[in-house]
Design a protein around this ligand. Structure first.
Ligand code: NAD
Length: 362
């Protein structure tokens, strides 16, 4: 069974990560900087969701280079691939928030579909120019979401064979990007890998996404909004477990294959909010009932009811599963945000996001 997830990343290895200033990409890069001597190139347009403050505390930061461009600029992407000359490309750059895709779908089409097309085109040119040995080792890993599969009822799971059925502008744009990646493999023989994962959580996530948003609201005694009845279920995946999965897929995955990555952490939104409130009641403000801040608000349009992933393929083929359970990871995450309130303040100020509800302005 494959185990050494850093073996392919040698001192001379060059890795291009798109979206490395975002939540998951940042975690991926920190892992490589801390555990390898590979050279990392981060292609990122630096949006409201970007943060590179962690670089100040990183080992090996000389091995990191930012390429500050937008994937919609096709010529710049071709130049970036030429300059970085990568052995591996991990494609994480995307507009990623469903509510924002409801208000402003065009930026999702531009970044997630046109951006992926431009990257594929540039990778195709780069791949063609590699020598035989580098061609054999080259991989492009495209990181996608379980949301492309639509919505489940109270039973069942998504797996690699589930037909696509996206329902939000975000998931439709990700589905389109997955199809492009698969088409570039079948038509042009690009050695691609694809992952479809569930909702991630952990440190450094921009506080518009559910878990950091709730923590931030609760810390500040602001109302905690819950969409609809709060019973929408997600399969929560701790970001460090997700990075293990990505490293296993890029190192040992079968070319052309898709792997579903779930967190074994199915919870509805109301449970998540209550769990966070309990942690805050016991470790932050003992004299305050944080649940009293909960307020039910109008549901998100087209809100998918339930996502759940059957991760048996990646478990069986690549011996991956989450290392720790959901509740320990949630406690760790809440404590991280409690210790990093300055970070929350800085990213919010930098982005102009005021914590107000998104996805109602259409
Ligand atoms: P994020 O929003 O935190 O970060 C995305 C990064 O991509 C940002 O730094 C942004 O500047 C960059 N980016 C966006 N459009 C770009 C463009 N046109 N050109 C260059 N850079 C651009 O996202 P995340 O949560 O880290 O998600 C990373 C990937 O994982 C995305 O592809 C997302 O669809 C996928 N995913 C995320 C989750 C999750 O729960 N966060 C779940 C499933 C899949």
């Amino acid at each position: 069974m494959p185990e050494d997830i850093y073996k392919i990343f040698k001192e001379e290895t060059k890795v291009l990560v798109t979206g490395g200033a975002g939540f998951i990409g940042g975690c991926f890069i920190r892992r490589l900087l801390n555990n390898t001597n590979a050279k990392i190139f981060n292609l990122d347009k630096l949006s409201y969701a970007s943060d590179l403050s962690w670089l100040n505390y990183s080992n090996n930061k000389d091995n990191f280079k930012l390429i500050n461009i937008n994937l919609k600029d096709s010529d710049a992407v071709i130049r970036a691939l030429k300059d970085a000359n990568p052995d591996y490309v991990i494609h994480l750059a995307a507009e990623s928030h469903v509510d924002r895709s409801i208000d402003n779908p065009s930026s999702f089409i531009e970044s997630n579909i046109v951006g992926t097309f431009n990257l594929l085109n540039a990778v195709k040119i780069h791949f063609k120019n590699l020598n035989h040995e580098r061609k054999n080792n080259f991989r492009l890993l495209h990181v996608s979401t379980d949301e492309v599969y639509g919505s489940l009822g109270s039973t069942g799971f998504f797996s690699e064979s589930t037909p696509y059925d996206p329902r939000s502008p975000y998931s439709a744009s990700k589905a389109a990007s997955d199809h492009l990646v698969n088409a570039w493999h079948h038509t042009y023989d690009l050695p691609i890998l694809l992952t479809n994962c569930s909702n991630n959580f952990g440190p450094y996530q921009f506080p518009e996404k559910l878990i950091p948003l709730i923590i931030n609201k609760a810390i500040n005694k602001n109302e905690i909004p819950i969409y609809g009845d709060g019973l929408n279920v997600r399969d929560w995946l701790f970001v460090e477990d997700h990075i293990d999965a990505l490293l296993k897929v890029i190192s040992f995955g079968n070319i052309g294959k898709c792997y579903c990555v779930g967190g074994f952490g199915e919870k509805n939104n109301l449970e998540i909010v209550k769990n966070i409130c309990e942690i805050l009641d016991s470790s932050f403000r003992r004299d305050f009932n944080h649940e009293s801040l909960i307020k039910f608000v109008k549901d998100r349009p087209g809100h998918d009811k339930r996502y759940s992933i059957d991760s048996s393929l990646i478990q069986k083929e690549l011996n991956w599963k989450p290392k720790t359970d959901f509740s320990s990871n949630l406690k760790f995450t809440v404590n991280w945000y409690l210790q990093n309130t300055k970070w929350i303040e800085n990213v919010l100020t930098k982005s102009d996001y005021l914590g107000t509800r998104l996805g109602t302005n259409f």
